[in-house]
Design a protein around this ligand. Sequence first.
Ligand code: HEC
Length: 142
Amino acid sequence: MTKSLVWILLFLVAFAALFVLQQLTRQTGTSSMDAGYYNGMGEAGGTADTSNLSGKELLGKFECTRCHGDDLNGTPMAPPLKGMAKYYDRESLIAYLRSPERNQTGTRFDEYKTKYATGVMPAFGNKDVKDLGKIADYLLGQ
Ligand code: HEC
């Protein structure tokens, strides 16, 4: 009776030790991965470093082309992005990208609502203004 109790106790202790060990290794595993993620990849909080991307590249990176088309000629989801200089200067285009709903100018937007009913222009207010500036510069030259 006492002998089997000792065995059970031994098992419990071994089990607890293994559990603690596993927790410890898991913690060091995650933190070293985090260090690699932040230092090695040059990324923090899931925001990629975009400072070396051109305006054209950013259109792909931010998936503008997914809706507006690789050639910016529009898709059934979104209007073409050619000739934007007719409607915007650099500042007003950045303002539009940051908050499209509030910066719609002109009656073409009434048309867009029915023509591109499946697409909604997302707000890019969470993006670096420098990146939006590069995009604006690029678009205004198209
Ligand atoms: C999910 C699809 C979608 C994505 C992604 C998207 N757009 Fe749009 N965009 C639209 C739609 C739809 C409109 C038409 C306006 C509306 O419905 O709000 C629009 C309108 C615009 C306009 C205004 C066009 C005009 O005639 O004034 C600009 C400029 C624009 N988008 C640029 C961009 C840029 C730059 C990006 C990426 C940073 C982007 N869009 C990403 C769907 C999208």
